[in-house]
Design a protein around this ligand. Structure first.
Ligand SMILES: [Zn+2]
Length: 396
């Protein structure tokens, strides 16, 4: 039975103050990391919305996305359209927007545009008043290079202009936003009177159907977990009226299918009423149960690995690795080094252990544990391309 608790962060949709505790996490974050290493994921008692009960401020999140954005690395992240499966996704999103808005003259802002892949796809459809904004300087540079569109550094709070845009896109953005209602209010004010928004988010009510790594979506970045109903609640509560909605399947990495949902809404005078979405709570509980079973298998497997090896190398410092040190018998004494291909993670320290580049471990004899299920194949390719002779362990 999941206990009821008082919330530190009131429900970002209905402002309810009581929640059902889904799971508590401790994340192994690198030293100096600005986010909260302890997190409770809850379901709102009143409206059923899923979210992290975190006390980290919006400013801290803004700072994190400014300095530690993993999205600027083209080889490991999505949003730039540099991999064919990611380009295909962005083309589909642009087409959905085109089906709604056929006027190429309209002013469209892509908030959290990452490396500008969606802006490029929109430009290719004929839109020529495009704007982008992203908190990361590295992403801004990449986005300008990739799309040729006007992109500025900033977050939702400081990049908006009063009644300026005809359309605003938030694709895989608001699951990261702490102050949801405040952000929606800013968007509302930045739109012209007949303006629209396109919102796309991971569809949390289907997490359990696309489970590739345990608790993958409960992490330091994804702090809001939507269903279409909870998205409709947010839209209605912040002065928008829903016009179109749908579910889709995208890819989180090559071959890793991932559930998403989207909604198009317009500015509207009257607010909608908030309806309880108890199905989302049930689906999140199911996702937890399924994740727990996979995690148990990984725990047993790591015990076996540690019986044979005193020390191992852990390749990958992503969401799963952040949980392994807390959830399994793996300790800092067992880890010779972490390895990460993304330069933004290299040189950091996790529990005193350095994060090295692949080249730096060439002469290390210890076995390698691939610390990601989502990016397992690409990490394995990198290991093979380097002709490393280390024993390699795959989880489960
Ligand atoms: Zn609520």
């Amino acid at each position: 039975m999941n206990p009821e608790i008082d919330l530190k962060r009131h429900c970002p949709i209905c402002q309810g103050s009581r929640g059902v505790l889904l799971r508590t996490f401790h994340f192994s974050l690198s030293e100096g990391h600005p986010l909260d290493r302890d997190q409770r994921v809850v379901s709102c008692k009143r409206c059923g919305f899923g979210f992290s009960d975190t006390e980290v401020s919006q400013e801290q999140y803004n700072r994190y996305y400014q300095i530690l954005s993993k999205y600027s690395d083209d080889t490991t992240s999505t949003g730039g359209g540099n991999q064919d499966w990611d380009a295909e996704r962005l083309k589909e999103t642009a087409t959905q927007i085109f089906e709604w808005e056929r006027n190429p003259e309209v002013k469209i802002l892509d908030v959290g545009c990452a490396n500008g892949g969606l802006l490029l796809a929109l430009k290719n459809l004929g839109y020529h008043n495009l704007y982008g904004v992203d908190p990361s300087d590295a992403c801004v540079k990449q986005a300008i290079k990739n799309s040729g569109v006007k992109v500025e550094q900033g977050s939702l709070n400081n990049a908006l202009k009063k009644e300026f845009y005809n359309g605003i896109i938030l694709s895989h953005v608001i699951e990261h936003v702490k102050e949801l209602r405040e952000s929606m209010r800013l968007l509302y004010e930045s739109l012209q009177s007949d303006g629209w928004i396109y919102i796309e988010v991971p569809e949390a009510s289907r997490y359990g159907d696309y489970l590739s790594a345990p608790f993958q979506d409960f992490n330091v970045e994804h702090i809001n977990h939507f269903s279409l109903e909870s998205l409709a609640n947010l839209i209605g509560a912040t002065g928008f009226q829903e016009k179109k909605r749908g579910s889709k399947t995208i890819f989180a990495a090559k071959g890793i299918a991932y559930p998403a949902c989207w909604m198009i809404a317009v500015k509207h005078e009257k607010g909608g009423e908030i309806k309880e979405d108890s199905d989302l709570k049930d689906q999140l509980i199911r996702y937890c149960d399924l994740s727990e079973k996979i995690l148990l298998k990984i725990k047993i497997q790591i015990q076996e690995i540690l019986k044979k090896n005193n020390r191992i190398i852990v390749w990958g410092t992503g969401q799963l690795t952040m949980k392994l040190l807390e959830e399994t018998s793996l300790t800092s004494e067992n880890i010779k080094a972490f390895v990460d291909k993304n330069p933004i993670n290299q040189g950091k320290r996790i529990y005193g252990i350095s994060v090295l580049s692949p080249d730096q471990i060439r002469d290390f004899p210890e076995p390698i544990l691939i610390g990601s299920l989502i990016n397992h194949d690409s990490i394995l390719n990198d290991i093979q391309a380097m002709n490393l002779s280390n024993l390699v362990y795959k989880m489960i």
